[in-house]
Design a protein around this ligand. Structure first.
Ligand SMILES: Nc1ncnc2c1ncn2[C@@H]1O[C@H](COP(=O)(O)OP(=O)(O)OP(=O)(O)O)[C@@H](O)[C@H]1O
Length: 226
């Protein structure tokens, strides 16, 4: 069995089916991206992977703990990054020594003693990424981690994500930033029509298309006018 196994997943939210018949398996060493338009269900799928929404049907199995970065607005603005990470480490049974490691690895150490409420979007993204790295988990989930990062940050995250996969972790990322996806993805899946296409190798997804944008626009269903 792969590190992450989703089988025939259905998620209902607010009385309607948001996802159904979703299958996804991600093995150690793989970097898999979820693509799809706004509201398609990428975040919902990632939240289901992390056990934060209950499936209406099907199953999600992850072998071991999962490190997750599901958004930048779930942290207490009055805390410093260091305090937030120490609290998170204590709450999740992670050795406090890792806090300094992840602060350094993400560059958050430069402002880790400032209150989170004063952080820019990119700074909060790095803190979210630091939080995901804290458990040193073999399964990692990131929702739009590139948003708000500056040029150095994007290059840094590209390297981090590929390193995490190269180190043998199963990594799933939702992103709209197709040039980045094209540079690093092992496989891509499209969340569309309340389900997800099989995650296929990037080269297979690209096919004869000149770039990922062209392949993606062909893969998604025609947009329905509001
Ligand atoms: N708590 C909720 N209650 C009801 N519906 C919800 C809830 N959360 C999300 N939805 C709906 O589920 C669908 C999928 O939303 P989701 O946030 O997963 O999309 P997404 O693909 O991540 O979008 P984006 O690219 O904009 O981040 C949307 O139609 C959204 O309105």
């Amino acid at each position: 069995m792969a590190r992450i196994e989703v089988r025939d997943l259905q998620v209902n939210l607010g009385g309607r089916t948001v996802l159904q018949h979703v299958d996804l398996s991600v093995a150690d060493g793989e970097l898999v991206y979820l693509l799809g338009r706004n509201g398609a269900g990428k975040s919902t799928l990632l939240r289901a992977l992390c056990g934060m929404v209950t499936p209406a049907a099907g199953s999600v199995v992850i072998d071991g703990p999962v490190g997750m970065h599901l958004g930048t607005d779930t942290v207490h603005p009055g805390h410093t990054a260091r305090r937030h990470l120490r609290w998170f480490a204590a709450a999740s049974g992670v050795c406090a020594d890792r806090v300094d490691d992840v602060l350094a690895r993400t560059g958050v150490d430069a402002y880790g003693d400032r209150r989170i409420g004063s952080y820019s979007l990119g700074m909060r993204q790095r803190l979210g990424i630091a939080t995901a790295l804290l458990p040193d988990a073999d399964a990692l989930v990131f929702d739009e981690p590139l948003n708000g990062l500056d040029v150095e940050g994007i290059a840094w995250l590209r390297e981090l994500l590929t390193d995490l996969a190269r180190d043998g972790r199963a990594v799933v990322v939702a992103s709209h930033l197709l040039p980045e996806v094209e540079r690093t993805a092992d496989r891509v899946a499209v969340v569309d029509r309340r389900t997800a296409t099989p995650a296929v190798p990037l080269a297979e997804f690209l096919g004869a298309h000149p770039d990922l944008e062209s392949a993606y626009l062909t893969a998604v269903s025609p947009e329905v006018a509001a």
